[in-house]
Ligand binder design. Structure first.
Ligand code: C5P
Length: 220
């Protein structure tokens, strides 16, 4: 089991996945992307032609949801059963469906118990876990707890630079509506007690990773 847990929360497009991965690599830690589990469940639900809003049917399908993720920060592979869904879970149709499944409390506790087992089984000295409710629900006792933020326009500009197939306006609207839906369930826009905020609005990628590493060094 990892001795050091680093919990990182933040909104869509805050760069938390790439920053968390880079920080984990620099420290020789494992890396757990929790959003991937919610995305994989949304993919699984769509694959079975279940409407993501049909909570009862979503819940009755959970028993068949065979999910796994590698926690190597250089190669996070996401599997559902025998299918590699690493790329598919990033498709816009999955992003559009994910909040509807993530808002269901039974889904959240099911997925959270998967995260806790994954953290317990992590082989290295530490693990960086990122998502929306890691500092507050999944790992409130983590050695380092960070909220990674950036102004909305900056987050949207960064995200639309990553995607080529969608217009910046579409990306902006998608991010805004996902944040709106998600923040009704979990408050990931304000730092809970003891959580250190890293605001990357005026930082480039390397500076953000350095700022996160500084907090980790100070807190652990
Ligand atoms: O981080 P990412 O954008 O991949 O997360 C996808 C979705 O998973 C979020 O929009 C949110 O609905 C859900 N999520 C969550 N709690 C987490 C991580 C992600 O509800 N800890």
């Amino acid at each position: 089991m990892a001795d050091i847990i680093v919990a990182i929360d933040g909104p869509a497009g805050s760069g938390k996945s790439s920053v968390s991965k880079a920080a984990a690599r620099r420290l020789g830690f494992d890396y757990l992307d929790t959003g991937a589990a919610y995305r994989a469940l949304a993919w699984f639900v769509l694959d079975r032609d279940i409407a993501p809003e049909d909570t009862e049917t979503v819940l009755s399908s959970l028993g068949a949801f065979d999910y796994s993720i590698s926690i190597d920060p250089s190669e996070p592979v996401v599997m559902v059963g025998e299918t590699d869904v690493t790329d598919a879970i990033r498709e816009p149709r999955v992003s559009a469906a994910v909040s509807a499944v993530a808002r269901v409390p039974e889904v959240r506790s099911f997925v959270t118990s998967i995260f806790r087992s994954t953290m317990d089984a992590a082989p290295h000295d530490g693990i960086v876990v990122e998502g929306r409710d890691i500092t507050t629900v999944v790992a409130p006792d983590a050695e380092a707890r960070i909220l990674l933020t950036a102004d909305e326009e900056v987050r949207m500009a960064r995200r639309s630079a990553e995607l080529t197939s969608e217009s910046a306006a579409d990306v902006g609207e998608q991010l805004r509506s996902r944040d709106r839906a998600d923040s009704r369930v979990v408050d990931f826009l304000t730092a809970a007690d003891g959580v250190v905020t890293v605001d990357s609005t005026h930082l480039d990628f390397d500076q953000t990773v350095d700022a996160v590493l500084e907090v980790i060094a100070r807190e652990t």
